[in-house]
Design a protein around this ligand. Structure first.
Ligand SMILES: [Zn+2]
Length: 509
């Protein structure tokens, strides 16, 4: 019988496993559920791709982003692994139909958590394949997004049950203890074996810069990038600022190729920008947090936060994209007075307010009395002036409490009132939690002791020795840093040509 190393060499052409991979794979192959926390860039996907290739049955991989799935499928196909498919909204109904009919031909099936709520898809899975491994990639999304934005993340445990309770693997690069517990709870697998590896990165120096305004931040960026033009990601919390900063940086630094990326752009544009950045056809990206997951680029030298991330976990994920090649890289966070206000108001606007709940009560009572079904989400949102996220959250909560069932209001007024009361408590609890997470980060920005120690203390007890620099408090300053800089004037590819390339790279199934 071939050893795991032989399989690894056969399929992926590596001689040995990286830290954690073999332990996780061995557990999975013996039928043990696993929670794996491995730092970014350590080859997490091998942990399920290898078992998928050597085990009987199919592996389902739940992935949060289409671009992430498309990318993984493309990479596997380039390695000669063909029995993989990503089922997503890119497929038209004909293609979808065809894939569903041939599901049994695939060993690795990527899909979104939303897809697992699709009856036709689930039916096809149950009828045509035997699922031996159920993987939740980027499992922190369960905790980070599941409670408000993407509630289908909270139904993954249920979906796995419907698929015959296969072995489960949850993977993430950043999950402190509380989030690890939440993942186990939500997936309904309390006995998961935990394989947790330290997430501090010895090659990322941490720096914080206190300034007075956004204008000053952009001036500083110009200076830094002028002296040290390196592949850079700059995170903003607002879409407008990603665009504004891009135009300013382009004006000031004509030799650099700068672009913006945010969730308000067309899907094809976003895909194009991501591909260009990954192929070194762009130098600097001004982006919101929508960018980054699945960005496979190992030479990012500098990650700048122009606005505060809402929590330490997002920050760690974002800076973790720097220096995957192991070379010295830098995380720079800007802070100016009042910077906490924007994330604070974002937190508040995500969750419904008390007056919206009393309007909702009135609305549901009317629907119940007139025996009418719940209208479309768009209609409910317009009538009650709720954002998409707010209604998704409320709808999920109401379904969980059986107030809404089968598209109708089921509860009488007393049950409805107690359900709404509980929902209000959940909202308060979530808001408090999120404000605390933000305060934790703001405290870090204002800290005066080693940033590395304070950043990782809630995640792990010991730290690696820094490669060259630790942080701006210990030893780092920009004038000491001499990275390889980007050379020359590059020709920016034409849009049509670039688009053609994106689509000819084998994304099609
Ligand atoms: Zn330090």
């Amino acid at each position: 019988m071939a050893t795991l190393e032989q399989h690894l060499s056969r399929y992926f052409h590596y001689d040995s496993f990286r830290e954690g991979q073999k332990e996780i794979i061995s557990d999975i192959l013996s039928g043990q559920d696993v929670l794996g926390i491995l730092p970014t860039g350590t080859g997490k996907s091998i942990c399920y791709q290898l078992p998928a290739l050597i085990q009987e049955g199919a592996t389902i991989v739940v992935s949060p982003l289409i671009s992430l799935m498309v990318d993984q499928v493309k990479q596997l196909k380039q390695k000669g692994i063909k029995r993989v498919v990503a089922i997503n909204s890119f497929l038209d109904s004909n293609q979808k139909q065809k894939v569903l009919q041939h599901l049994h031909e695939y060993t690795l099936i990527y899909c979104s958590p939303e897809m697992l709520q699709n009856d036709r898809f689930m039916e096809a899975l149950r009828k045509r394949i035997n699922v031996s491994l159920f993987v939740v990639d980027e499992a922190h999304c369960i905790s980070q997004w599941g409670h408000e934005f993407r509630t289908d993340y909270l139904k993954l445990g249920e979906a796995a049950k419907k698929l015959g309770n296969p072995t489960m693997l949850a993977l993430s690069a950043t999950a402190p203890l509380a989030i690890q517990d939440d993942i186990l709870t939500q997936l309904e697998r309390p006995q998961m074996a935990k394989h947790i590896y330290p997430m501090d990165r010895e090659n990322i120096a941490l720096a914080v810069s206190h300034v007075n305004s956004m204008e000053e931040k952009i001036e500083r960026m110009k200076t830094i990038l002028k002296e040290r033009p390196v592949p850079t990601m700059i995170y903003f919390s607002s879409r407008q600022w990603t665009e504004k900063a891009t135009f300013e940086l382009r004006d000031a630094l004509p030799h650099l190729r700068v672009a913006f990326y945010h969730g308000g752009m067309e899907h094809t544009d976003r895909l194009l920008i991501q591909q260009q950045f990954m192929n070194d056809q762009l130098d600097v990206i001004c982006c919101t947090s929508a960018f980054g997951m699945g960005v496979n680029k190992d030479n990012i030298r500098l990650v700048i936060h122009a606005h505060l991330p809402p929590q330490v976990e997002s920050f760690l994920q974002e800076i973790g994209r720097a220096g995957r090649d192991g070379k010295q890289s830098v995380s720079l966070t800007f802070y100016s007075p009042g910077d906490g206000d924007l994330p604070r108001s974002l937190i508040s606007s995500e969750l419904p307010e008390p007056h919206q709940l009393s309007q909702l009560r009135h609305y549901l009572v009317n629907l119940k009395q007139s025996h009418q079904p719940i209208p479309s989400s768009a209609e409910v949102e317009a009538t009650l002036q709720l954002s998409e996220i707010q209604w998704r959250f409320l709808n999920y909560q109401l379904e969980q409490k059986d107030v809404i069932h089968g598209g109708f209001v089921r509860s009488e007024e007393p049950q409805l009132d107690s359900a709404l009361h509980e929902i209000m408590q959940t909202i308060e609890h979530r808001a408090l939690y999120k404000h605390e997470k933000l305060s934790e980060f703001i405290r870090w920005v204002h800290g005066d002791t080693c940033r590395r120690v304070t950043l990782y203390e809630s995640f792990q007890s010991s730290l690696k020795e820094p490669l060259e620099f630790c942080c701006d408090i210990c030893d780092f300053s920009f004038d000491k840093w001499h990275p390889d800089i980007l050379q020359g004037n590059h020709e920016v590819p034409q849009w049509e040509e670039a688009l053609k390339r994106v689509f000819l790279q084998g994304d099609r199934l």
